[in-house]
Design a protein around this ligand. Structure first.
Ligand code: R5P
Length: 312
């Protein structure tokens, strides 16, 4: 397998790429991914990739546009270097929140990015906890979708909380929250929220019983933290016990860190799909690694083995 598989990384999350390689007992292959003086992405693949099964690790996290462009240019370079098969490993798929026309004259950026990737010549996609499952259908090439739920469930099972309740921050997240509740043998509650603007939400009500119970609020993305903090403040007001928040993709933009520090959140648990720079690290934030899961998925894709059985 070592002779046939090549793993590369752009600049989006090199640490995750190195950890994936460590889990596979592989060496990350060398590629120059820099900029020309005017800012254009400059790539040169430093290893022979002819006929190889190539994987590029590149979440499209902030700086989103730069990271997407690096991924596209790397795919082009690898295709022109006669790679056998190219898989884009995009643990966090950005531009996903605009996934339908919910207002007049707005784009569907998730589809646009899917088109850009497909047209760049990539053969397959490996991604994780997409903002909406149906984005899989925006690709006409094979896509494998991983879930971080197992990693979170292992962590929260160790809390040994006897009166745990999983909370979905909105109606759209019920399916995910229900899976967590089932696997944690916990109760389920739903926050009835209204989105006032992309940056602002208003909590209307809560469906379910959370008084004096420890809660785990689950979601796929935390960006400015507005939705989570709004929900958490409401949960505290109506008598929740310890409040944990489990979110796969920690974008943590704007003043998210300050808001988290000042909030009643006991612990925010995220994964390393997106790097957490030193200046954003704080005692309330715990990072779980998805490197092992991604490494296993890469091995299985190469050996043409089932991925779904990882989640049975
Ligand atoms: C909403 O649909 C998402 O699942 C997240 O709740 C939202 O994108 C998080 O954004 P923010 O942290 O800026 O409120």
């Amino acid at each position: 397998m070592k002779e046939k598989v090549c793993v590369f990384s752009g600049n989006a999350n090199r640490e995750l790429a190195l950890n994936i390689c460590k889990n596979m007992d592989f060496k990350l292959k060398e590629a120059m991914v820099t900029r020309f003086s005017e800012g254009e992405v400059r790539v040169q693949i430093k290893d022979n990739v002819r006929g190889k099964d190539v994987f590029i690790i590149q979440p499209t996290c902030p700086p989103v546009n730069d990271n997407i462009m690096e991924l596209l240019v790397m795919i082009d370079a690898l295709r022109r270097a006669s790679s056998g098969r190219i898989t884009a490993v995009v643990p966090y798929f950005g531009y996903a929140r605009q996934d339908r026309k919910d207002q007049p004259r707005v784009p569907i950026t998730a589809k646009l990015i899917a088109n850009l990737l497909t047209n760049s010549g990539v053969d397959r996609i490996l991604t994780m906890d997409l903002h909406a499952g149906q984005i899989q259908g925006f690709f006409d090439i094979p896509l494998d979708h991983l879930y971080a739920i197992g990693i979170f469930v292992d962590y929260f099972s160790k809390l040994n909380s006897k009166n745990l309740c999983v909370v979905s921050p909105d109606v759209g997240g019920i399916k995910m929250a229900r899976s967590y509740a089932k696997r944690l043998n916990a109760g389920l509650a739903i926050v009835d929220k209204r989105r006032i603007s992309p940056e602002q939400t208003e909590v209307m009500n809560i469906l379910g019983e959370i008084k004096d119970r420890d809660v785990v609020l689950v979601d796929d993305i935390i960006a400015t933290g507005t939705s989570v903090i709004e929900a958490v403040n409401f949960l505290k007001k109506i008598g929740a016990g310890n409040i944990y928040v489990a979110i796969t993709h920690g974008i943590l933009s704007g003043s998210a860190i300050e808001k988290i520090k000042a909030s009643p959140i006991k612990e925010l648990v995220i994964t390393d799909t997106i790097p957490l720079p030193k200046e954003k690290q704080c005692s309330k934030i715990k990072v779980l690694s998805v490197a092992g899961l991604l490494a296993e998925a890469i091995k299985r894709i190469h050996k043409e083995e089932s991925i779904s059985c990882l989640f049975d």
